[in-house]
Ligand binder design. Structure first.
Ligand SMILES: *Cc1c(COP(=O)(O)O)cnc(C)c1O
Length: 386
């Protein structure tokens, strides 16, 4: 049997809607032209509700990691003490960036697959006994599928010390979760184009409050392409400091239109519905979930096959027989977990395909009949929650 329709279920990149592709393919315009200024102005302001930001969103032509780096270089001076929460591969990336530029880096390790315990974290920063400039955390740790309690973390941090800058990496969940810089006490929130924002890779986004803006201006850490002051100055003139990815800027505007059309609250609900249904289905197929229900991300789900052989079989057969791509584990979870991305242009019925493919693979491999087991649990959740 042949399955012709490819299904990309990695936690980035994600499928790109035709409405976005159509805009991306329009004829090129000069980036120092009124044509582009119109596109850029719309893009900077159009993304504000997605990030829960008061200020226009900065857009860099680079991958998500660039704004992880920019968020650090524009907030912390070389001698400052900074704290990184590491709960997976992307926390490690923040740590590696920090260790490249800074010497006073404090790392709070969280078991991979768990969310940060806010009370323990506050005890930890108290125990450091130094003035801390900034705390860096993932919102969704993509390597495990944990959604950290960012709201609670922001609130507790500012209660401990209102001067601390709270910097959040939302690359794998912004566009699929509710967030508000003011309510969540976030100073800088960064993201990228190729995940829940369902664009091709190539753009990176920075949301910031006024306090962070002032800080960007005072910080002396060397930076050039990643100097956010340049992007703010240019944005005031509906422009960018360097040649932007014009095509993807048009894609941003098409994305914002799609979200407006569906309603952002519905977009978010759809992601949570898919998460709940998929978790019920995987459990019914005797596949263990890595992350507890209360901290499971609506954008990516990690599960643990029974054996290493079963893991390879699932990943390979999904690809070779069913044309479905999912992701493996990262770091020490490589070879132990598989991850299904379900963000952006994903409907519950797309995920139904992967569940039914898993039923066929496991029925053959385990000599147990799973046909209908996963999809009926999946559909029960869809039926009850929607
Ligand atoms: C994907 C991802 C990044 C890195 O983005 P790139 O575009 O690959 O540079 C950073 N943080 C998180 C949480 C991610 O999921």
């Amino acid at each position: 049997m042949h399955y012709y329709q490819p299904l990309l279920l990695t936690p980035g990149p994600t499928p790109v809607p035709d409405e976005i592709m159509a805009q991306i393919q329009l004829p090129m315009v000069g980036h120092r032209s009124p044509d582009f200024e119109t596109i850029a102005e719309e893009a900077f302001s159009g993304l504000k509700p997605i990030f829960g930001a008061q200020n226009d969103i900065l857009i860099l032509t680079s991958s998500g990691t660039s704004v992880l780096e920019a968020s650090m270089l524009n907030i912390a001076n070389p001698d400052d003490h900074i704290v990184i929460i590491v709960s997976g591969a992307f926390g490690n990336r923040f740590k590696q960036i920090a260790e490249t530029y800074y010497s006073n880096v404090h790392v709070f390790e969280v078991t991979w697959g768990k969310a940060v315990n806010v009370a323990q974290f506050i005890d930890y920063i108290k125990s450091l006994n130094v003035k801390i400039t900034a705390v860096f955390s993932q919102f969704c740790e993509t390597s495990t599928g944990v959604l950290h309690p960012i709201h609670k973390l922001g609130k507790s941090l500012k209660t401990y010390d209102k001067d601390i800058f709270f910097v959040v990496d939302g690359v794998s969940c912004i566009g699929a979760v509710e967030v508000d810089l003011v309510k969540d006490n976030i100073d800088v929130l960064v993201s990228g184009s190729q995940k829940a924002i369902m664009l091709p890779p190539g753009l990176a986004f920075v949301a910031y409050n006024d306090r962070a803006k002032q800080r960007f201006n005072e910080v002396t850490t060397p930076r050039f392409y990643l100097d956010l002051n340049k992007y703010i100055d240019s944005a005031n003139n509906h422009s960018t400091p360097f040649t932007p990815n014009v095509a993807l800027f048009r894609g941003v505007n098409a994305y914002v239109d799609l979200v407006k059309h569906e309603g952002f609250n519905h977009v978010i609900e759809r992601h949570y519905l898919i998460r709940d249904a998929l978790r019920a289905a995987l459990t019914a197929l005797n596949l263990k979930l890595l992350v507890d229900d209360d901290v499971a991300s609506p954008t990516v789900t990690a599960f643990i096959p029974n054996t290493k052989d079963e893991l390879s079989l699932i990943k390979n057969q999904l690809k070779s027989r069913f044309n479905i791509t999912i992701a493996g584990g990262q770091g020490h979870l490589k070879g132990k977990i598989l991850r299904i991305g379900h963000m952006g242009k994903i409907s519950p019925f797309d995920i139904l395909s992967v569940v039914s493919a898993l039923e066929l693979i496991l029925t053959e491999a385990r000599k147990t009949n799973y046909i209908g087991t996963g999809i009926s649990k999946f559909m029960e959740v869809i039926h009850h929650e929607s």
